[in-house]
Write a protein that binds this ligand. Structure first.
Ligand code: MOS
Length: 729
């Protein structure tokens, strides 16, 4: 009834493998595209159950214990139904994942702007008005809000050393010792966090904007004191998440408890300002990078220390050094990370946690080293690629960085580049090129999916897996079509409902590969059942064009089914493969920029990204993911920074006018090339995560191009015009 598979190695259990000629991998447009552009796709806030009430979150003006001053007066406003000030709201739903939401103390604000109350009214305008008039007082506890004031948490201090760093560093022919900083960032998804909760007296149904439904169900149940089977979460369409929707958000808890208490459906939508101030941020980082090399540019020592921050009690610590651990060989290594506890909104995963900031800075430092050593930046990287994972000695499941570097170099037209900065000028513009390697760990997650082959010769794929704009609906249709010998048009895909088998969720780039593999396993189970009916060894069964064929026995699927649907249930577990080998995805990014000598403005003229992420499941959605990542890399290099007030830590630039993400006018042609080759260690599909790879390194290519253009090295990101101008002066 369930086909379980655990990935312990590159071998499988005789599963069918995609042959490369079917719908899998094809350049197919997203099947939900039309519904989205026509407004037919309903997002969380667009649900309007009868009798729905409207809730507006009210937030703490300061730190420490909070008190509602005029709750009675607010409750008396006509149309207001209740003011909630419930300890459960203070639970901070930062990262999620463990099925439990961390508690940040009872009725005490851990950061300025934390939601502490909910005003519920019959209409939205009344709720907003009442929420504005609700006065909240905070004790104003004196707590550290700035990373420099925070204390490192001993439980979160990690050191990993190999060899003798100090000696190697002091004896090296070429050395570099630099400190880079990256600012706090926010996910800045287009769709605000929103929840519509309904309570039937026994079971809670929540329409939310969430990435990881099986975890979110557990978190919500934990928060509300309900059994998990009394909670149903639906999130079939999500307008972007980028990590901020990994865990349940304040609107979910508030809407749920209000619906349960009032017995009416309740909707809570975060305002744009709340989206910036209430949800997880990416931590700011301070990173010291030390590199030592011999005269040929072979690294003898790598040192990388990172300081990050988070709220007390939050377990997440930005894994800044994740990429550094396996990208380059060097016998002597010193990796150090520490986390300080400060009272700003919780830090969590934001697009490519770890590598997005760690690889960006490290690849900029590599560019500096290339300059110091007088070696071409591509060549420097090629000389330092490891045979096995440094430190652990584990083999790589597949290592394609060299290929990405050399193919990208050719495609971009890198050869013949003068290594010296300030060589090309067009009017007020300095022109330069830069490059960086891109790496990202590959993860596999538990995932389940169900596939039903119906007597009309169609199939239905079901899972609670989400599609955050990545293409899950489309890709799963392709996977089932490939496995069952149908057309993608013959496959219906239903996702985003916890009443369906638990998928991986969309996080850590695991969605398409992990849940997709569960879909493949479910189809494999169906194939085996069909083989059984045809008295055929599963390996000899061919399914194509709506027919099952075994030797001379060729039957229309409808005949094999004889009027009854056939179900398969696939269940994937990561297994030992994750430990035996280092699985990663690879890339190289090249950029050409123009930097104004007058204003310090940087315009990116073109970018090329060559990426390897195992089997490509859909050329178009994979390319879009890579392009999206490269655009985010552009933002990371040039525009993105969440600024916190030094006095109380609240977010200052809390809307899309002040927090700058790249817009179309900022993004040039992004050329993407995908090296498509299955990684057998990643499961029977051989697919790896691609969602977050594009951002890793892309920003660095731009920073390095800025240096090549005008000679200014920006080590405090982002490279805004004022900083570039200061360097030019
Ligand atoms: Mo991602 S930052 O794991 O949603």
């Amino acid at each position: 009834m369930t086909l379980e598979h655990q990935i312990d190695g590159p071998e499988d259990e005789g599963f069918a493998r995609p042959d490369g000629n079917g719908p899998l991998g094809a350049d197919l447009e997203r099947r939900d595209g039309a519904a989205k552009v026509c407004g037919a796709a309903r997002y969380a806030a667009e649900h309007h159950p009868d009798g729905m009430l409207h809730g507006v979150l009210v937030r703490a003006p300061g730190l420490g214990p909070v008190r509602l001053v005029n709750a009675d007066e607010i409750t008396a406003i006509p149309g207001v139904r209740r003011v909630f000030h419930d300890a459960r709201m203070i639970r901070n739903a930062a990262q999620g994942g463990a099925g439990k939401a961390p508690v940040q103390g009872v009725k005490a604000a851990a950061y300025v702007g934390q939601p502490v109350a909910l005003v519920v009214a019959e209409d939205f305008a009344t709720a907003c008005e009442a929420a504005n008039r609700l006065r909240v007082e905070a004790d104003g506890a004196d707590l550290p809000v700035h990373p420099k004031a925070g204390e490192p948490d001993p439980d979160k201090t990690k050191d990993k050393t190999t060899g003798d760093f100090d000696t190697a560093f002091s004896e090296a022919a070429v050395t570099l010792d630099v400190t880079y900083t990256t600012p706090a960032m926010v996910s800045a998804a287009m769709e605000p966090h929103a929840a519509v909760a309904e309570w039937d007296g026994e079971r809670l149904t929540l329409h939310g904007a969430l990435q990881m439904l099986r975890d979110n169900k557990a978190e919500l149940a934990d928060c509300l004191g309900l059994a998990e089977d009394k909670v149903r979460v639906l999130s079939p369409f999500i307008g972007g998440g980028f990590g901020s929707k990994l865990g349940i958000s304040a609107d979910c808890v508030a809407a749920a408890l209000a619906a349960m208490e009032l017995g009416c459906p309740v909707r809570v939508v975060q305002s744009r300002r709340q989206v910036f101030e209430v949800n997880t941020r990416r931590t700011e980082t301070s990173q010291r990078i030390r590199l030592a090399a011999d005269r040929d540019g072979r690294l003898t020592a790598i040192g990388h220390s990172a300081r990050v921050s988070n709220l007390p009690d939050e377990s997440f610590s930005e894994p800044v050094l994740q990429g550094t651990a396996f990208t380059y060989a060097a016998p002597n290594r010193l990796l150090h990370s520490e986390l300080v506890r400060i009272h700003r909104p919780a830090a969590g995963s934001v697009r490519a946690p770890g590598e997005a900031v760690g690889v960006t800075t490290f690849e900029a430092a590599m560019d500096e080293l290339a300059n110091e050593a007088g070696i071409d930046p591509v060549e420097l990287r090629l000389r330092n690629l490891p045979e096995v994972e440094p430190g652990s000695g584990r083999p790589f499941s597949s290592h394609r960085l060299a290929e990405c570097l050399t193919e990208g170099r050719d495609r971009f037209g890198w050869d013949g580049r003068s290594p010296e900065p300030r060589q090309r000028r067009e009017g007020e513009w300095w022109i330069g090129t830069g490059m960086a390697a891109a790496v990202r760990v590959n993860m596999v997650s538990d995932a389940e999916a169900r596939v039903t082959l119906t007597p009309d010769g169609r199939a239905l794929v079901e899972s609670d897996m989400t599609d955050i704009g990545t293409g899950s609906y489309t890709i799963f249709g392709q996977i089932a079509a490939e496995a069952l010998g149908l057309s993608p048009d013959d496959i219906d895909v239903v996702l985003g409902d916890t009443d369906l088998p638990p998928g991986s969720g969309s996080g850590g780039s695991v969605g398409a590969a992990s849940t997709g593999t569960a879909v493949w396993l479910a189809c494999e189970e169906i194939r085996r059942a069909i083989a059984g009916r045809m008295e055929c060894a599963p390996g000899n069964l061919t399914m194509a064009e709506g027919h099952a064929t075994c030797g001379n026995d060729r039957r229309v699927l409808q005949d094999v089914l004889s009027g009854q649907p056939l179900k398969g249930h696939g269940k994937l577990a990561p297994g030992a493969a994750m430990k035996k080998v280092r699985q990663a995805t690879w890339g190289a990014v090249f950029a050409e920029v123009a930097v104004s000598d007058v204003t310090g403005e940087t315009r990116v003229r073109r970018m090329q990204g060559t990426f390897a992420a195992g089997r490509i499941l859909n050329q178009r959605t994979a390319r879009s993911q890579a392009q999206g990542g490269m655009a985010w890399g552009l933002g990371l290099a040039l525009t993105e920074a969440l600024v916190h007030d030094r006095r109380d830590g609240h977010a200052v630039n809390r809307d899309l006018a002040e927090y700058h993400v790249p817009v179309n006018a900022d993004v040039p042609h992004l050329d993407v090339r995908l090296l498509d080759e299955p990684d057998d260690w990643a499961g029977p599909l051989g697919a790896k995560g691609i969602g977050e790879l594009g951002i890793c390194g892309s920003g660095s290519a731009i920073l390095n191009a800025i240096h090549h253009a005008c000679g200014v090295r920006i080590r405090d990101l982002p490279a805004t015009p004022d900083r570039v101008l200061a360097g030019l002066a």
